[in-house]
Write a protein that binds this ligand. Structure first.
Ligand SMILES: O=C(O)C(=O)C[C@]1(C(=O)O)C=C[C@@H](O)C=C1
Length: 362
């Protein structure tokens, strides 16, 4: 068989598979419409998003993946199918720290898929307020970066807010040097968010030592400036590159190749039902006495519950008193976790379960 004949034959097979995929995806979308009718009849209101079910679907895809595509890639395709199915049930609007083109925007799309409705906000405080007021059922905020550490402003907002954590998103952060210029030699100024400047410090020292570094409130704003100014470049990611039509002068300039940011999905729903692989976040405070923190954490050890993170912040009520943010493995309804939380509650002055939610799948 000639090359042309071989290609024609395999493409006929691909066409047949595509028709079958189309039929199956449409059948799946029909099921989602039925799910919506059931939820509506059951009084679910208009919030049809189910984080625990989405995590289970994506985990099943990864576990059952027959190859040759890798599990992550296949799960991303199913992520988009579910996003389209949910949009058919009811559109989902998500508030996030804008403008469009930021890493938080990329995190929203990674977690909710392309069919989500975007509500970019000017500040973290506005994201919280918008979700509290019910304008958006969910919001996405950055919480920590593997190189730069915790986002204190987000933690402080949690202390004052009645909102809960409904999910987490892990995003590998790749920073690119974007510009209208075509060579590094003509770049005189670099715009970026202060965290991005810090995460690329070594690369900038080595490759653009003379260029002025200017911190702006977001990488997207930096990209916008670089698109308008001769001799300027921005540090930003793929989403901004596409949005502002800039050229990647140099890609992946982050000093640490595994640079990852963790984001939280915030919402008004107190506890998400268990998905099977979950985390629980708690806010606690204790008196400033010797051994207080040790006593506080003892119930976790006694119940064999792992803590994956602890952060402290000044309480802002009494000098030198602190509130602690704990992330623990497991769901607040798991018997072991439930018991550990009961012990923790007894030892703490302030105790709030911020949320129990599925561990990030993608
Ligand atoms: O199972 C549901 O509750 C659905 O609404 C269906 C579905 C899906 O497409 O699989 C869609 C949206 C939900 O967030 C979870 C899952």
């Amino acid at each position: 068989m000639s090359e042309q004949e071989q290609l024609r034959s395999i493409r006929e097979r691909i066409d047949g598979i595509d028709r079958e995929l189309m039929r199956l995806i449409s059948e799946r979308a029909g099921c989602a419409q039925t799910v919506a009718q059931i939820k509506r009849a059951g009084g679910s209101g208009d919030d049809f998003y189910r984080p625990e079910r989405e995590a289970q679907v994506l985990r099943q895809v990864k576990d059952a993946n027959p190859g040759p595509l890798d599990g992550e890639t296949l799960a991303r395709l199913f992520r988009e199918i579910m996003s389209a199915c949910l949009a058919l049930e009811a559109p989902l609007k998500v508030a996030f720290l804008g403008p469009e083109g930021t890493y938080t925007h990329a995190a929203v799309l990674k977690h909710f898929g392309q069919d989500v409705q975007l509500a970019p906000m000017a500040s973290l405080g506005e994201v919280f307020r918008d979700v509290e007021a019910g304008s958006c059922p969910y919001g996405v905020v950055p919480i920590e970066n593997s190189t730069e550490g915790v986002v204190n402003h987000t933690l402080d907002l949690f202390v004052q807010s009645p909102l809960h954590v409904c999910g987490e998103i892990l995003l590998r952060i790749h920073h690119h040097l974007l510009s209208r210029e075509t060579t590094l030699g003509t770049v005189r100024r670099v715009y970026a968010h202060q965290q991005a400047l810090a995460q690329c410090r070594r690369w900038l020292d080595a490759n653009l030592p003379q260029a002025e570094r200017v911190a702006l409130s977001s990488n997207a704003e930096a990209a916008q400036r670089a698109s308008q100014e001769a001799g300027a470049a921005a540090i930003a990611g793929d989403t901004a590159e596409a949005l502002y039509d800039l050229t990647g002068l140099k890609r992946n300039i982050e000093d640490h190749p595994d640079n990852t940011t963790r984001f939280l999905v915030i919402g008004r729903q107190a506890v998400i039902p268990p998905s099977g692989v979950d985390k629980t976040s708690v806010l606690v405070s204790t008196s400033n006495r010797p051994g207080a923190l040790h006593r506080l954490l003892t119930p976790l050890a006694h119940n064999d519950v792992s803590m994956s993170r602890i952060e402290s912040r000044p309480s802002r009520c009494v000098n030198w008193e602190y509130v602690y943010f704990l992330d623990i493995e497991g769901h607040s309804e798991d018997p072991k976790v439930k018991q550990a939380l009961a012990g923790l509650r007894q030892e703490s002055e302030l105790f709030r379960i911020l949320g129990a939610y599925p561990r990030a799948v993608l």
